[in-house]
Design a protein around this ligand. Structure first.
Ligand code: S3P
Length: 445
């Protein structure tokens, strides 16, 4: 996806009840990790349910450029023949991660443990995002930055370490991307690489490393944190990976069903890892009817079927320590908050400023242009819910998939339609969002 592509606007209108049963696409975080760990393994990794969105395809292409054999063997079924830990070949061209911070930052970690040089690049959104938070610990491990744009931005040329050094690293912010980059580099280092986080972030890398045969131990640290110790010079073995449905994508039909009167939806196989379910907790506190059934965890990550029914919502206060478990969901939570009765206060959202766009500002703008009263106070977002949304606004997507989907969800119950200026970036994470929502009864034109 380039930022010069022709924009494709879309309008969402007040719709009848949403009903049906769907499976949203595979989890983005797990899809990236399955491809990367598959490429760092010896033997074959078979992945089913892979998210075939642009972000993940860019990671698949970068694994090919680094020497792994990556093939699509069927619908959402992929096979990776890996090169082993530290076995990456030097890529002939720059690795282009498009819009994806996760793909770029995790692969930086994997490359940092190999004696090769690689150029990392992305689209205008990714080129504006901070990379120092990843490169600082990787430099401590022996990687060297040969070239970087001012302000620690892409494009970056990274020289991986010939003899990577294991470190103990305290992450400065709760970030699974920082944690994962350090752990992936640590795979090639002798001895124990340790990451300490004050607030636990999503633990998919730890779970999957174990699944691929690495020795990794995670213990509680402080009130909400974790300490993760990985034994280096690991030999990863190819494995089977079943990718559950992405809770961050499920968030859109879930909020849509809660706010569109009379709706009754079933979402299957949604991942319910507790480090990803902050939105479900919050929506339930707001009075949302979300029932879980068929819970299982036979594939390494817990998942369940969710039944969501339209509900009267009320404003709540969301504590800052919940942010890591719902960091990608605040945009769509703000939509639910606008439809609630009363004020919703979302605290501690500093990290939202450095996502695909400045999501704190973008969320406020999205609501404001549609007649919702909203305020940013420090790092907090305060939304005044009045039980309905006037709508009638044009929302700027800023190359951010989640802004586009949140605004379209908002328009499904607003008094006047809501328009978004560009839906193109939805393809990074949820390529079938528009037809899937239409199949449930959403009116887009
Ligand atoms: C992700 C981590 C989060 C999240 C992103 C996916 C991951 O980013 O926002 O969409 O897969 O590790 P941070 O690590 O920057 O919090």
């Amino acid at each position: 996806m380039t930022d010069s592509a022709q924009p494709t606007p879309l309008e969402a209108r007040c719709s009848g009840p949403l009903a049906g049963r769907v499976r949203v696409p595979g989890d983005k975080s797990i899809s990236h990790r399955a491809l990367i760990l598959g490429a760092l393994s010896v033997g074959e990794t078979r992945i089913s349910g892979l998210l075939e969105g642009e972000d993940v395809i860019n990671t698949a292409n970068s694994m090919r450029a680094l020497g792994a054999r990556v093939e699509r063997t069927g619908d959402f079924a992929w096979s990776v023949h890996g090169v082993g830990v530290a076995g990456f070949a030097e890529p002939r061209q720059a690795l282009d991660f498009g819009n994806s911070g996760t793909g770029c930052r995790l692969v930086m970690g994997a490359v940092a443990g190999c004696p090769i040089s690689a150029v990392f690049d992305g689209d205008a959104s990714l080129r504006s995002r901070p990379m120092r938070r990843i490169l600082d610990p990787l430099e401590l491990m022996g990687a060297r930055i040969a070239d970087i744009r001012e302000g620690g931005r892409l494009p970056v040329t990274l020289n991986g370490a010939r003899n990577p050094v294991p470190i103990t690293y305290r992450t400065p912010v709760a970030s699974a991307q920082i944690k994962s980059a350090v752990l992936l580099a640590g795979l090639a280092a002798p001895g124990i690489t340790t990451v300490i986080e004050q607030e636990a972030s999503r633990d998919h890398t730890e779970r999957m490393l174990k699944h691929f045969g690495a020795e990794i131990v995670s213990t509680p640290e402080g009130l909400h944190g974790r300490k993760i110790a990985l034994t280096g010079e690991a030999e990863l073995r190819g494995a089977e990976v079943v990718v559950p449905a992405d809770p961050s994508s499920a968030a859109f039909p879930i909020v849509a069903a809660l706010v569109v009167e009379g709706s009754d939806l079933v979402l299957s196989d949604v991942m319910t890892n507790p480090l990803r379910t902050g939105l479900l907790t919050t929506l339930r506190e707001m009075g949302g009817s979300i029932e879980e059934s068929d819970a299982r965890s036979d594939t390494g990550e817990p998942m369940a079927q969710l039944r969501v029914r339209a509900s009267k919502l009320r404003g709540v206060e969301v504590p800052p320590e919940r942010a890591p478990a719902m960091i990608d969901e605040y945009l769509v939570l703000a939509v639910a908050a606008a439809y609630a009765e009363g004020t919703t206060v979302m605290r501690g959202l500093k990290e939202l400023r450095v996502k695909e766009s400045d999501r704190l500002a973008a969320t406020a703008d999205m609501l404001r242009v549609n007649g919702v009263r909203v305020e940013i106070s420090g790092d907090d977002l305060i939304v005044e819910g009045r039980g309905h949304v006037p709508g009638g606004g044009l929302v700027a997507t800023h190359m951010d998939h989640r802004i586009a989907m949140s605004a379209l969800v908002m328009g499904l119950a607003s008094d006047e339609p809501v328009e978004v200026d560009d839906t193109a970036f939805i393809a990074t994470s949820f390529p079938d969002f528009i037809p899937m929502m239409r199949s449930l009864g959403a009116e887009f034109s």
